[in-house]
Design a protein around this ligand. Structure first.
Ligand code: ATP
Ligand code: MG
Length: 207
């Protein structure tokens, strides 16, 4: 093949690419133009992969970075100090943390139910407070899965929240009713996790 034939083939390829991209751009622009509604979004971040809570906290940081007000409720208090809490409390983000050491291997159901109730009460208040732009309900899914928290109460509070308020729920095994109610649902899949290769949870990365 001559050099000039080569050049014209490259040119045709470039033109076709440009035409395809133009079509993609038109389709995206049309969708962007269509999406005009502004309102609070209910998001669920679930699945077995790592990154649910970090995505929730990332959105809190994003909101605060824009001067919005955010609040966090943590329904599981692990054994570890939470790095995000250390940072976000300094910039005035209120945190409510379940006051027992509720973990996955809980033994005392009565005590945990009581702790859940005490944690849900301030969460419910946040969900009726129009001055809060974003509420992160970290690990809420387990409270519903364990029947510590009545699903209908959660749904009522979410439905009645201020229209502009965003809410993020994280945790595995999310109840299908919450998934149905949510506007945005992301399921994080675990492809691999360092823990399975014997790497321990490390400060500043895992918590
Ligand atoms: P992260 O807080 O890192 O975003 P997560 O919220 O998605 O994780 P959780 O189920 O809340 O996940 O788990 C809390 C802890 O367990 C974290 O320290 C996390 O690193 C670890 N973890 C998360 N996913 C896995 C997994 N697939 N295997 C082992 N450990 C995990
Ligand atoms: Mg989590």
């Amino acid at each position: 093949m001559s050099e000039s034939q080569d050049d014209s083939r490259e040119q045709i390829k470039a033109e076709r690419h440009q035409q395809r991209q133009q079509k993609v751009k038109e389709a995206v622009d049309a969708k962007v133009a269509e999406a005009q509604e502004e309102r609070g979004v209910l998001m669920v971040i679930t699945g077995n992969g790592k990154g649910k809570s970090t995505a929730g906290f990332g959105t809190v940081a994003r909101a605060v970075g824009h001067g919005k007000s955010a609040a966090v409720v943590q329904f599981i208090k692990g054994g570890w100090e939470c790095g995000e809490r250390n940072l976000l409390q300094k910039v005035g983000v209120p945190f409510v943390v379940m006051n027992t050491g509720f973990t996955w291997d809980t033994q005392d159901r009565e005590k945990d139910m009581q702790a859940c109730e005490e944690t849900w009460a301030p969460a419910e208040k946040m969900l009726s407070n129009p001055s809060i732009d974003l509420v992160l309900l970290d690990e809420l899914t387990y409270m519903v899965a364990y029947h510590y928290l009545d699903l209908e109460r959660v749904i009522t509070a979410l439905k009645n929240r201020p229209p502009h308020q965003h809410v993020i729920i994280t945790g595995r095994s999310c109840h299908r009713s919450l998934i149905e109610l949510a506007d945005t649902v992301s399921e994080i899949e675990s492809v691999k996790h360092a823990f399975d290769a014997g790497v321990k949870a490390q400060v500043g990365f895992d918590y």
